[in-house]
Design a protein around this ligand. Structure first.
Ligand code: GLC
Length: 425
């Protein structure tokens, strides 16, 4: 076991969620991330669902208290001031109460809501809460499909590496290199006081991503303008697949709640995204992110190449090719699924999103393989995830070579995956 890790139990995972609960919303981690994060909360809701259904719904509801008038659901909601994080509300300079960041994150919430609804022990309460959430979910997805897809291409635009939730991917190197940094924020960073520099992004990365924030601020956070004019415009394979799956789940939720108009609207989005996915396919058959400014596919394969399975967007033959790719990766890294291709020259098993394993990605990738009948691969991913937690505890991410725990400790979404995927006794 990695030093400092205490053996994780189901009770222990619940305790972490309770300890990170700030009253209706959960912080990803008390030190590094002291606010509410978007896709973290969607997974956290699945964790709460296993022992406190009302609390699971409130996690989604508090997230939507940050929703903007145009439908966007921000990647951070700053419910209360807290030290220890940069960039805070002042650096974003948005206009919302409660204060929020100005970009979004992968839309997992509709998928979480459908799961809460279907698994509900209190079906009546779940129906009421889902009914209130449905128009908000719909407005968010509409924002992706309209404001972030101004030409209705079926591919949505991501305007900031943090929006992808996979902040430091090699996919963003070239698009970020085209951004001229106009700020130096190295002295303002607070993450390096909590976590070693080798496990965190570089100063150059921070200067460029904060330049993008400055540019969006200068546009008054006007969504339509940012989508057209941002210096960073990519189609992130992760967002694209997670949105497509969330659309399918939203479609089912709308039908279950007998909202035919909503279901029809979502159905059009699904058809458009289904048709567009081939544009993200490289010659070697892998799926990749696309730089919308240059038209170039990303140079590396990342773990999101398996997410078209999660999106239920490929045929069986493509699914088999992805299963073969998974087997190739499995010979290179003891613990699945590394965030970046272990054969890629820039593979870095300890640095943010350039190699380490994240439990939430594993959960979605395993769901994808199971959905195409590859249940043996799905159980291997699940057992490997359980092994990581047994060895290193509820860490933020893990080294795929040896299972060492990395990043923050006592992480909420790691605890949530342990609970909803039933990884420990
Ligand atoms: C990091 C991750 C992001 C996550 C956040 C809070 O920024 O890259 O995906 O939402 O931490 O856990």
């Amino acid at each position: 076991m990695t030093k400092d890790a205490t053996p994780v139990t189901r009770d222990g995972a619940r305790e972490i969620l309770k300890a990170n609960d700030r009253g209706g919303y959960t912080v990803p981690n008390a030190n590094v991330y002291p606010f509410q994060w978007n896709w973290d909360s969607a997974f956290v809701a699945l964790g709460f669902q296993t022992f406190d259904e009302p609390r699971a719904w409130s996690e989604l509801e508090t997230l939507f208290s940050g929703q903007w008038d145009d439908g966007m659901v921000p990647h951070i909601v700053f419910h209360r001031p807290a030290d220890g994080y940069y960039p805070g509300p002042a650096a974003w300079g948005t206009h919302h109460t409660p204060p929020t960041s100005g970009i979004s994150q992968p839309p997992v919430a509709a998928s979480a809501a459908l799961r809460l609804f279907r698994a509900a022990r209190d079906a009546q309460a779940a129906r009421q809460r889902a009914q209130k959430l449905l128009p908000k979910l719909l407005a968010w997805h509409r924002w992706w499909h309209e404001i972030r897809d101004p030409d209705r291409s079926g591919l949505v635009t991501c305007v900031h590496p943090w929006e992808s939730g996979r902040d430091n991917l090699p996919d963003w190197d070239a698009p970020l290199a085209a951004v001229t940094p106009t700020v130096d924020v190295s002295a303002l960073r607070k993450d390096l006081t909590h976590v070693g520099a080798a496990e965190r992004p570089t100063h150059d990365f921070y200067n460029r991503v904060m330049t993008l924030v400055e540019q969006a601020r200068a546009l008054g956070w006007n969504g339509a303008q940012i989508a057209r004019e941002s210096e960073f415009r990519v189609c992130d394979l992760g967002i694209q697949c997670i949105l497509l799956r969330a659309d399918r789940d939203l479609h089912d939720l709308a039908w279950a709640l007998e909202d035919a108009a909503a279901a029809t609207e979502v159905g059009h989005w699904i058809a458009r995204s289904d048709a567009a996915l081939t544009r993200l396919r490289a010659d070697d058959g892998s799926f990749r992110s696309l730089d919308l400014r240059t038209g170039k596919l990303a140079p590396a394969i990342t773990s999101a190449t398996f997410l078209p399975l999660y999106a239920r967007a490929v045929d069986q033959q493509t699914a088999s090719a992805l299963a073969e790719l998974f087997e190739r990766w499995a010979t290179k890294a003891r613990f699945a699924v590394p965030s970046t291709d272990p054969d890629f020259a820039g593979f870095d098993p300890q640095r943010y999103w350039r190699g380490p394993v994240w439990l939430v990605m594993n959960f979605m990738i395993a769901d994808g393989f199971a959905g195409y009948g590859f249940s043996e691969i799905a159980s291997r991913i699940r057992e490997g995830s359980a092994g990581l937690v047994r060895q290193s505890g509820l860490r933020e991410y893990f080294d795929p070579r040896n299972g060492d725990g990395l990043g923050g400790r006592d992480f909420s979404w790691s605890a949530a995956i342990v609970l909803c995927w039933d990884l420990v006794a």
